[in-house]
Design a protein around this ligand. Structure first.
Ligand SMILES: C[S@@+](CC[C@H](N)C(=O)[O-])C[C@H]1O[C@@H](n2cnc3c(N)ncnc32)[C@H](O)[C@@H]1O
Length: 208
């Protein structure tokens, strides 16, 4: 079984070359994220992939640290950052259980299309809480696969056999995801679906 890091390292080049599937939903998500960011905010992105979102959000004037488990994803992101000449975004390889980022360091933490892929979700959410300043925001978008693509559960073992799916994929229901975030010490202040059709849950949560 490949580790999460080796799986995502292997996927990185193909991921970088894949177009965003639903551009309207992506732009709608970015617009809602921008509404919560202020110039000068210290922002952490977790699971940033090849850096598209962090680089797009650079126009907010926030100071962005974008992290990912995959060194290959980070290398591609860093190449894009250098080519675009963006100085307010830094990319680094890190995970929530090995990051060295300090406590209460960030105004906002972002994670897009990540939570259903991390091993211990309650522990990850608690760690995000520790990284945020009091009153800080956690903004996430997460596939709730039980609500939209439950059939994947049947196909996943075969996909894994061919190296096409990571070891960890959680099948969340929206209500369970919402409750888990609340149980980690957050208050939900905004929710939505972008896109509606695939039940991709958008959540803005404030650290209590
Ligand atoms: C589906 S991709 C999403 C990438 C990007 N956030 C996006 O929305 O396009 C999941 C990303 O999470 C990263 N990842 C997976 N498990 C992780 C973990 N435990 N900690 C940090 N990053 C992780 C992968 O390397 C990959 O870049």
């Amino acid at each position: 079984m490949p580790t999460a890091q080796s799986f995502w390292d292997k996927a990185a080049e193909k991921y970088a070359a894949s177009p965003i599937k639903d551009m309207d939903a992506y732009e709608a998500t970015l617009a809602r994220v921008r509404a919560h960011l202020n110039a000068g905010d210290a922002v952490l992105e977790i699971g940033c992939g090849t850096g598209t979102t962090a680089l797009k959000l650079a126009d907010t004037g926030a100071d962005i640290t974008a992290t990912d488990i995959s060194e290959k994803m980070i290398a591609i992101a860093e190449g894009k950052r250098a080519a675009a000449g963006v100085s307010t975004v830094r990319f680094r390889q890190a995970t929530l259980d090995n990051h060295g980022l300090g406590e209460r360091a960030f105004d906002v933490a972002l994670s897009f299309n990540l939570l259903h892929l991390v091993g211990d979700v309650p522990a990850a959410l608690r760690e995000i809480g520790k990284l945020l300043k009091p009153g800080g925001l956690f903004i996430s978008k997460t596939a709730c696969l039980t609500d939209s693509m439950g059939y994947l559960k049947l196909i996943l073992p075969v996909m894994r056999l061919f190296g096409k799916a990571p070891d960890t994929v959680h099948f969340f229901r929206t209500e369970d995801l919402d409750r888990m975030i609340e149980a980690a010490g957050f208050e939900l202040i905004e929710t939505g679906y972008y896109p509606e059709k695939t039940r991709s849950r958008f959540i803005v949560a404030r650290k209590r």
